[in-house]
Design a protein around this ligand. Structure first.
Ligand SMILES: [Fe+2]
Length: 325
C-alpha cells in the first residue's frame, strides 16, 4: 500500500492467490512475506522463481531470515526487509530492485546477441571486453555501489548455461563475506571484496575447455584465466584490491600457485580470502568426475591444506563462521 503512489500494485491474501496474479499480470517485483496462510513463503518463492527467474523478490519477514542463506542464494532473493520496516527502506529497496531488473534485461539481451554471433570463446572474450570498454555509455553506476550490482548481473548471466558454475560467483561472494564479517572489514572493503569475488573467474569466458579432467594444453590455457580476467575488467578502473583478488586467487601460501608464485603475506588479502571461498564451493558442489563433499568433509579437506595452500588464520575464521550456519 505504501508503494501505491509510485507503482502499479497488486496485493494477495495468500501464496496461491499471489501465484495466480504473477501468472496473469506482468510483474517486475514481488514483496513476499514468509509467514502466510495456505502456502509457506519459501514454497511461494520457489514457485515464483520456477515460473520466471527474472522476477525480483524482496522478502519481508518478522522472524529472522530464510532457513538458510544458501537457500536465498539459490533463489537469488534481492534483499530482506525485517519487520518492523520503515517506508523509506522499502521504497529504496524496490527502486534498486527495478534498476537491477532493467539492467538484467539489458545485459542479457547483449549477451544473447553476442552469443549468437560468437561461436568461439575467443570471440566471446573480445565482445565482452569491448562491452566493458563501452560500459559508461550503457550504464552509469554510482561507482561505489553500482558496479557490485552490475557484476552480479553479468557473472550470473554468464554462468546460467553451465550446471557446475551456475551460482558459483554468488556462493563465493557469500563465503568471502562470512570471512569479511569475521575479520571485521569495513563496509567499503567488504563491498570491494564482494566485487572481486563476483569477478574472480570472469577470465574463464575466453577459455575453451571440456568439463572434466584437463589435458596439459587445456591446463596451461586455464591457468591464464586470472590474468585474462584482469585484462577484461581493466576498463572498469576498479580499486587495486579488487584487481588483486582476481589476479591472485590461485596463488598458494607455499608459493606453488599461479600466475606469479607469490608466497604467504605477499598474496593480497582479498586473494587469500577468495582462494578459500572458491575451493570450498568447488568441493561442496562437486564436478562431473568428483562427488560433492559435505560441509564437515570439505572443512577437513581445506584444513589438510592449511599453510601449504590456504591462510590458516582466515581458514579458522571461515570454519567458525560456517559452523554457526
Ligand atoms: Fe579461478
Amino acid at each position: 500500500m505504501i508503494l501505491k503512489p509510485s507503482f502499479n500494485i497488486f496485493t494477495s491474501e495468500d501464496g496461491r492467490e499471489a501465484l495466480q496474479v504473477i501468472k496473469n499480470k506482468n510483474i517486475d517485483v514481488v514483496t513476499l512475506d514468509l509467514k502466510m496462510p495456505v502456502m509457506p513463503g519459501e514454497e511461494v518463492l520457489k514457485q515464483i522463481k520456477d515460473y520466471d527467474p527474472t522476477i525480483e523478490v524482496v522478502i519481508i519477514t518478522g522472524y529472522g531470515t530464510l532457513k538458510s542463506a544458501v537457500e536465498a542464494i539459490k533463489y537469488n532473493v534481492f534483499d530482506y526487509i525485517l519487520k518492523p520496516f520503515n517506508v523509506s527502506d522499502i521504497l529504496s529497496t524496490v527502486k534498486r530492485c527495478l534498476e537491477r531488473r532493467e539492467m538484467s534485461f539489458r545485459v542479457k539481451a547483449f549477451l544473447t546477441e553476442i552469443e549468437k554471433e560468437s561461436k568461439s570463446p575467443l570471440k566471446m572474450y573480445k565482445h565482452i571486453s569491448h562491452f566493458l570498454n563501452k560500459l559508461d555509455e550503457f550504464y552509469h553506476p554510482a561507482k561505489s555501489e553500482g558496479y557490485l550490482e552490475f557484476v552480479k548481473v553479468l557473472t550470473s548471466t554468464l554462468e546460467t548455461n553451465d550446471t557446475y558454475t551456475k551460482g558459483h560467483s554468488e556462493r563465493v561472494n557469500y563465503y568471502a563475506t562470512l570471512i569479511a564479517e569475521g575479520l571485521g572489514l569495513s563496509q567499503v572493503d567488504t563491498r570491494d571484496l564482494q566485487t572481486s569475488a563476483y569477478l574472480h573467474d570472469i577470465g574463464k569466458v575466453g577459455i575453451s575447455v571440456n568439463n572434466g579432467s584437463l589435458d596439459e594444453n587445456e591446463l596451461t590455457e586455464m591457468r591464464k584465466h586470472p590474468l585474462k580476467g584482469v585484462k577484461m575488467v581493466s576498463p572498469l578502473k576498479l580499486p587495486h584490491e579488487v584487481i588483486g583478488g582476481i589476479k591472485y586467487h590461485h596463488e598458494r601460501m607455499d608459493g606453488e600457485g599461479y600466475p606469479e608464485g607469490l608466497k604467504g603475506d605477499q598474496i593480497p588479502l582479498f586473494a587469500r580470502i577468495i582462494a578459500i571461498a572458491d575451493c570450498y564451493d568447488a568441493i561442496t558442489v562437486g564436478r562431473p568426475n568428483k562427488a560433492a563433499m559435505s560441509k564437515n568433509e570439505a572443512l577437513l579437506e581445506l584444513k589438510r591444506n592449511a599453510d601449504s595452500q590456504f591462510d590458516k588464520e582466515l581458514l579458522d575464521i571461515f570454519a567458525k563462521a560456517l559452523r554457526k550456519k
